[in-house]
Each structure stands twice: as C-alpha cells, then as structure tokens.
Write a protein that binds this ligand. Structure first.
Ligand code: COA
Length: 260
C-alpha cells in the first residue's frame, strides 16, 4: 500500500481522484494539499482526461476539514502559509479547464466544503453533511469558505453556516443551492459517473469556454462579462468540434467530438 494521501484511477476519459486518509476522515494536511495540487495540475495537462471526479475514501467522509492536529501547533506565520497553500490548490481546482465533479459521500466540513465549492458541480449522497464548523475551534474558514459560500449561496446562507458552525444535511444543502443534486447513497457513484461520462462525451473546447465565461463573469461587471462571452463565442467557430456538432445535428446523427 502506498503512503500517498490520494488514489488516482482512470475510467476511460474520467479521472477519479480520491482523498485517501480514511482513518482521519480524509482531513487535509499539508501533504494532501500538495498532492491534490500536483494531481490537478497533471489532470489539467493531459488531453486524454476530459472530466475529473473528486471524492473521499471510506463510507463516512468526503473530507472532514483541514487537519486539526496539524493546525493546532501552527504559528501565525505558518497559519497564513497554510491558508495560502490551501487557497492556491483550490484556485487551481476552480480554474480547471475541464469539468470537475465533487462526489460527496459523507462529511464535507470546513476545508472539505471549501474544496467541494471549487468543483464545478456537486453531487451529494442523501447521507452527506456539509458545514463550516471552524468557529467551534476558535477559527474561521481559511481556504476561501467565506468568499465562495457567499457567492454560491448568498449572504444569509454563508452567515448561517459560518456563524453557527452547524452542519446542514444534503436536502437543506440542495435547497440553499450549495449542491446540484442529491441521490441515494447507494447510487452516488453510478449517478456521478453517468454525469461524468456525459460530460466526457461533450465538446471539450466548448466546455472550457463555458467554464472560462462563468469564471470571468463571476468576477467582473455585466459589460465586461458579455464582451468576454462574445469573444469566446467567436473563438469556438475556429474548432473542428463546432463544425462537427452543427453538421451532426443537420445530418441527424450523434456528434463525435475530438477536442480540436
Ligand atoms: N482533522 C484531523 N483529524 C480529524 C478531522 C480533522 N478535521 N476530522 C476527523 N478527524 C479524525 C479524528 O481525530 C479521529 O482520529 P482518531 O481516530 O485518531 O482519534 C478520526 O478522524 C475519526 O473521527 P471521529 O471524530 O472519531 O469520528 P466521528 O464519527 O465521531 O465524528 C465528525 C465525525 C466529522 C463529526 C468529527 O470527526 C469532527 O467534528 N471532525 C472535525 C470537523 C471540523 O471541525 N472540520 C473543520 C476543521 S477546520
């Protein structure tokens, strides 16, 4: 058995990255943050990988947070560095040029929810619990939680979750817009892989254009966002996939997207 905190496996064009510290409920220590950073960099660079699914090992947790044991002894400067290390990795996940799906198989707490919020879609088991419990430790979220939850679910939700530290169940997370879908725990893997395969068969450069537009649009005004969308729209006319997709529609057949 390797000492790596991750398991990485390919199922055709879908790369499955599993945080693998089940005895610590997959808590994010510094080594795991670095391993995730490297794993996502590799997945971004490999054309054969079209979709990434991120999950946690074991039946209980996606990721139960940043590693509390490791954090407890940090100095202020080390704490700042730990936050930057996590934020850098999570920014990479958020800016991935291909879809990243979070498969939430249990607790997604603290850094676990922060990591899930960087993914492009979240599919949760009906047994999952999500929250930002840092306040219970005298801490605040440090991997982007206050900012991404604000943007994802709004002020009321971010304040409720961060100020109380209380987790919400999957159904409430769906109601708040934090997760995209909730499925029976026994069907989580099958449902997530079905979605991943659907995206793996879509036109990669169109997916990338959408990811870029939504990312840029989330951080600028409407005029700049629309202008950016127009530029990206023009750009997809340079792709083989756009010709193939429109031609296949006209010929009433299924398109075959090559990513060129
Ligand atoms: N950091 C480090 N270790 C963690 C951890 C974390 N965030 N979350 C869980 N663990 C460890 C526990 O210390 C325990 O290790 P041990 O067996 O060596 O003592 C192991 O994982 C199992 O956790 P345990 O607390 O026994 O499981 P539980 O089912 O009783 O409770 C939780 C599950 C998720 C409610 C509980 O583990 C918890 O509250 N974790 C911390 C969540 C949190 O505050 N996250 C934000 C951190 S900033």
């Amino acid at each position: 058995m390797s000492d790596s905190p991750l398991l990485i496996a390919d199922r055709d064009a879908v790369r499955v990255i599993t945080v693998h510290r089940p005895d610590k409920l997959n808590a994010l220590n510094a080594a795991t943050l670095d391993a995730l950073d490297a794993a996502f960099a590799a997945a971004a660079a490999e054309d054969a990988v079209r979709v990434v699914v991120l999950t946690g090992a074991g039946p209980k947790a996606f990721v139960a947070g940043a590693d509390i044991a490791e954090m407890s002894a940090l100095t202020p400067v080390q704490g700042r560095d730990f936050s930057l290390r996590g934020q850098r990795m999570m920014r990479r996940v958020e800016r991935m040029p291909k879809p990243v799906l979070a498969m939430l198989n249990g607790f997604a707490l603290g850094g676990g929810l922060e990591l899930a919020m960087c993914c492009h879609m979240r599919i949760a088991a009906d047994t999952a619990k999500l929250g930002q419990p840092e306040v219970n430790l005298g801490l605040i979220p440090g991997f982007g939680g206050t900012q991404r939850l604000l943007r994802l679910a709004g002020r009321a939700a971010v304040l409720e979750l961060c100020l109380t530290g209380a987790p919400v169940d999957a159904a409430r997370a769906l109601q708040l817009g934090i997760v995209n879908r909730v499925v029976a725990a026994a069907e989580l893997e099958e449902e997530t892989m079905k979605l991943a395969e659907q995206l793996a068969n879509a036109a990669p450069l169109a997916l990338r254009g959408i990811l870029d537009c939504v990312h840029v649009g989330g951080e600028c005004g409407i005029e700049e966002g629309l202008e950016y969308e127009t530029a990206q729209f023009g750009l997809v006319f340079s792709t083989q996939d756009m010709r193939e997709g429109t031609q296949a529609f006209l010929e009433r057949r299924k398109p075959e997207f090559s990513g060129s």
